[in-house]
Design a protein around this ligand. Structure first.
Ligand code: NOJ
Length: 723
């Protein structure tokens, strides 16, 4: 897939195309399934395809529909250039895996590779060539609904997931019948939306852009991501869709990206609303010139491209370059040779194997937040009578944001527990609805709890209030759910909460009332089975939080890798006044990044370094340092620990985060087993990008502190000296 492949074919095609046909290749229209602002007109897509004035269509569902539309482009247009079909296959096509934020909690990129492989197979068999995934927007904003689609607040973790997902979708041959092109999105800094309000402005320093937001994109491009999507936000005043610095300077020139930059949905036209263009022609000119290659849904490129060329406002070479990129994508996908799919081979439902994969992945994503008195697991022995209460206990609405129309519902937790505990008498009451204020059902839930030996409470937020444009100003449980918890916990029965949601929730109001809390996120199609696996101990939980859980929404943004202040809060001296703290709330998060318990316990020893000094020159020649950490399972059963390595530069020209994740490994250990976990760290981990817009990476002499442990709160530390 080198940049020089297909060059002669592209040149030959370009030579035969009219200006209109070239502009047409840059147009992506929506099929009628989605009727969002400005889009979803199947007839318009068919007419444009027939004239050879269309490059791509999104949201076509089904092999028959994609073949029919493709046939128009291939058989009826003058040049017969095939269409490329795109779709938001975010965490599954038929087989819905846990939401991406949940997958990040596994601290195991293999889970996302599995999702991507299953998704690619199902999607491609239905005529989809291209997914608008993975989303790799690092974010510190739990109010932002799209945190559910992200892999959390950490650039290192996000990078590992981005690379794994690109690999899972694309494999090493995009022509294969079970692979699809990936799209690294949203370029860039979308996760920084002020106040968490979707589409909002982002004012970001160059160093933060390069250290926080860009690394996953760089890695995805290096891993071969075929396409990139521009973001809806401004970047320090310049809309991302009209930003030559990021789209051309960094992405295409510095990184050598030769794939397609697609706009987001009407993102080019929105330059007018952004205050970045006075009319459609200006929007088209700014966006194309900055480096957008394909326009999604709005039509400013095709409507104004010819005039822009005629008035020399648009460089014809830029147009040819954009067209070449679109043709290259189609050639890489093998669409000229195989434009159609075999309709009889289309996968129309999840297979038993893909369901099994989704169940295993979901089990790995669950995070045990607390477990007083080892109230979990439930089996050992299983309770005689179990109450399963709460608005999500018997709900199939656990798939999460971004599911396809017709995707099968999730297995409810109640069904999962009934299957897992056949000898237990299980009774259910919802108590309250997920968002309503009616508390009349609480009495029944209390009665069910009183008659049981233990209670599982399934509460949280529904998928409908997470995802795009689903921003919340409060992060507590919606409706009357907290009242339900208080009443049921008041019975004195041991209570385990299964918390569902697409974001960190504030749970300080009730966390103390219950013995155990399992963060289940939106676990996907096998939700209930996976939750039952963990509650009964068939699967030992090993997930960790990929994002900080604040105590209160007023602390947001609250994240582990914050910069140092001159007046840090010292927990040993809480009375000191002039420090960085809140007066009215305990310091720090409810649960820290990297936190997560198990049904067994682990002890991690002091890290050992392969050397204690290294020179800047050695680091710049890629000499590395090995860090070894002993980890032992000190409990009575097998389990998995995520060993985490953090780096801190305590004295740098640019103030550095108090710690930064630079390595993690999820290891399985038998009871009593001890293992050495090894990490390799080097210049990438010790240095940082400066504020120079030209892109300057700095490695400075001085101390580097290396911390290891089972969460971001770890204390174990060694010092490396860079000279
Ligand atoms: C808007 C979203 O921001 C983007 O992520 C998605 O791919 C497009 N809509 C297409 O549905």
């Amino acid at each position: 897939m080198s940049g020089h492949d297909h060059q002669s074919r592209i040149g030959e095609l370009l030579g035969r195309m009219t200006v209109e046909e070239k502009l047409g290749q840059l147009q992506q229209l929506a099929w009628a399934w989605d009727t969002g602002p400005g889009g979803g007109d199947t007839a318009a897509a068919e007419a444009a395809a027939r004239k050879g004035l269309l490059g791509s269509v999104l949201n076509v569902v089904g092999a028959g529909a994609s073949n029919a539309l493709q046939c128009i482009a291939v058989e009826e247009s003058r040049l017969g250039i095939p269409l490329v079909f795109g779709l938001d296959v975010i965490h599954g096509y038929h087989t819905t895996f846990p939401i991406p934020l949940a997958q990040a909690a596994a601290f195991d990129p293999a889970v996302t590779e599995t999702d991507a492989e299953v998704s690619a197979r199902e999607a491609r068999s239905n005529g989809i060539h291209w997914t608008f995934s993975p989303m790799m927007d690092v974010t510190r904003e739990p109010r932002w609904g799209r945190i559910a689609e992200s892999t959390g607040e950490d650039p290192y973790l996000t990078t590992a997931y981005a690379v794994a997902k690109v690999r899972g979708y694309q494999g090493d041959d995009l022509t294969a019948p079970d692979r699809i092109a990936a799209c690294a999105k949203h370029f860039v800094a979308y996760g920084g939306a002020e106040g968490g309000r979707d589409y909002n402005s982002v004012d970001v320093s160059e160093q933060r852009l390069r250290n926080l937001y860009l690394p996953p994109f760089r890695a995805a491009v290096d891993a071969g991501a075929a396409t990139v999507m521009a973001a809806f936000n401004t970047i320090s005043g310049v809309p991302a869709h009209a930003n030559p610095h990021t789209l051309t300077g960094i992405l295409k020139e510095a990184w050598g990206f030769d794939g397609v930059v697609v706009s987001d949905w009407t993102g080019v036209l929105e330059l007018i609303a952004h205050g970045g263009a006075s009319d459609e022609a200006e929007a088209a000119r700014r966006s194309l010139t900055a480096g957008v290659d394909m326009e999604m849904v709005s039509t400013t490129f095709v409507d104004h491209g010819r005039d822009l060329l005629a008035s020399r406002a648009l460089d014809p070479e830029r147009l040819d370059d954009a067209v070449a990129r679109v043709l290259r994508l189609k050639l890489r996908l093998g669409l000229f040779e195989r434009p159609y799919v075999t309709e009889t081979a289309a996968l129309t439902a999840p297979s038993a194997e893909s369901r099994a994969a989704a169940r295993e992945v979901a089990g790995r994503c669950l995070v045990l937040l607390k477990n007083d008195d080892d109230v979990l697991p439930l089996a050992g022995p299983a309770p005689r009578a179990l109450a399963v209460v709460g608005p999500f206990a018997d709900s199939g609405d656990l798939l999460g944001t971004w599911t396809l129309p017709g995707a099968p519902e999730a297995v409810p937790v109640l069904a999962g527990l009934r299957a897992a505990l056949p000898d237990t008498e299980i009774r259910h009451a919802a108590g309250v609805s997920s968002q309503g204020l009616d508390t009349a059902g609480i009495a029944e839930a209390v009665a069910v709890a009183e008659a049981a030996d233990a209670v599982v409470l399934v509460v949280g937020e529904p998928p409908a209030i997470s995802g795009e444009a689903a921003v919340r100003s409060e992060l507590g449980l919606p409706g009357a759910q907290e009242e339900l918890i208080a009443a049921v916990a008041g019975t004195g029965k041991p209570c385990a909460v299964v918390l569902v949601g697409g974001r960190p929730l504030t749970i300080g109001g009730w966390a103390d009332q219950v013995a155990a809390i399992v963060m289940a996120w939106h676990p996907g199609i096998e939700a209930g089975s996976a939750v039952a696996d963990v509650l009964t101990g068939a699967v030992v939980p090993g997930g960790k939080l990929p994002v900080t859980f604040p105590r209160a929404v007023g602390q947001v943004p609250l994240y582990y890798n914050h910069e140092r202040t001159g007046r840090p809060y010292d927990p040993a001296a809480p009375e000191v006044k002039y420090v960085s703290k809140y007066l009215d709330i305990a310091d720090g998060p409810e649960f820290a990044f990297g936190h997560g318990l198990s049904y067994t316990t682990f002890s991690l020893g002091e890290p050992q370094l392969s050397r204690e000094r290294i020179t800047v020159a050695e680091l710049l020649e890629d000499v590395t340092v090995e860090v070894t950490v002993p980890v032992r399972n000190t409990g009575a059963r097998e389990g998995e620990e995520v060993v985490q390595l953090y780096v801190q530069d305590p004295a740098a020209t640019l103030t550095q985060p108090v710690r930064r994740l630079c390595g993690f490994r999820r290891v399985r250990l038998a009871a009593g087993e001890e293992r050495q976990v090894r990490f390799t760290v080097g210049a990438d981990d010790f240095g940082y990008w400066s504020n120079d817009p030209a892109g300057v990476f700095i490695v400075e002499p001085g101390e580097i502190h290396i911390h290891t442990g089972g969460s971001s709160r770890t204390q174990a530390r060694r010092t490396l000296l860079i000279t």
